[in-house]
Design a protein around this ligand. Structure first.
Ligand code: NI
Length: 226
């Protein structure tokens, strides 16, 4: 499942982040890619341990962790500190898969990467190319969203960023370990939760909506690992 979440960051938050990112120190992105991916990765990143990356990353993690759609779809257990990247002058990241396990230096723990999230920080008209392409089962999804919007997709999928031939593309990305490891179970829980929300909006707090909510929480009890 891929989920587009509009306006995770509002215009003011995007502008403030952009102002800070445009004046930041950037490093070669290939330095953090594994040997399989290093030759495919041509972009710039903020060093993960830089104060700016930590500060802006924390801001994004807090916003996502409070966002009802993100929480319902991802059921986050551990959000990795978000990274920031910049593509320009033909910068690209060819087809690759992200490592299954990442270490979170801040919390000194390993994280299983279940779900990937990209938050766009440039508007589509600011650059040419730079689409995020996600191979989702038998299909390909082409993603290029408004600044402040997020796309949530399975970390298990092959993906790439097409070359940015004009302008500059800023984005943040992060991995999350979910409380529910199985993507199919996660999707069913999300569908059920969204249906209950709509039922409540349409018919109010009926006994049936309550019973379904009970069912949802019982499934959570069955499927979560904490
Ligand atoms: Ni990747």
């Amino acid at each position: 499942m891929m989920l587009h979440i509009p306006a995770v960051l509002n215009r003011q938050q995007v502008e403030e982040m952009r102002r800070q990112l445009e004046g930041a120190q950037w490093v070669d992105g290939a330095s953090t890619a594994g040997p399989m991916a290093a030759d495919r990765k041509r972009n710039l990143q903020l060093a993960g341990d830089s104060p700016l990356a930590r500060q802006l990353g924390e801001q994004i993690a807090v916003v996502l962790n409070r966002h009802p759609l993100f929480v319902s779809a991802v059921l986050p257990k551990h959000i990795m500190p978000p990274n920031f990247n910049r593509y320009e002058g033909g910068g690209t990241y060819g087809n690759h898969v992200d490592n299954a396990i990442q270490s979170d230096a801040l919390r000194r723990s390993n994280v299983r990467t279940d779900v990937s999230t990209t938050v766009f920080l440039s508007d589509p008209q600011e650059y040419e190319g730079g689409e995020l392409i996600v191979e989702d089962g038998y299909s390909q999804r082409v993603v290029k969203l408004a600044a402040g919007d997020a796309i949530v997709y399975p970390a298990t999928s092959l993906h790439r960023v097409e070359p940015v031939t004009q302008g500059t593309r800023y984005a943040s990305f992060l991995w999350t370990q979910s409380m529910v490891r199985d993507a199919w179970q996660r999707n069913m829980l999300f569908d059920l939760d969204m249906t209950i929300v709509k039922l409540r909006q349409k018919h109010g707090n009926t006994p049936e909506a309550l019973a379904l909510t009970n069912h949802y929480h019982n499934l959570l009890r069955q499927w979560t690992e904490l």
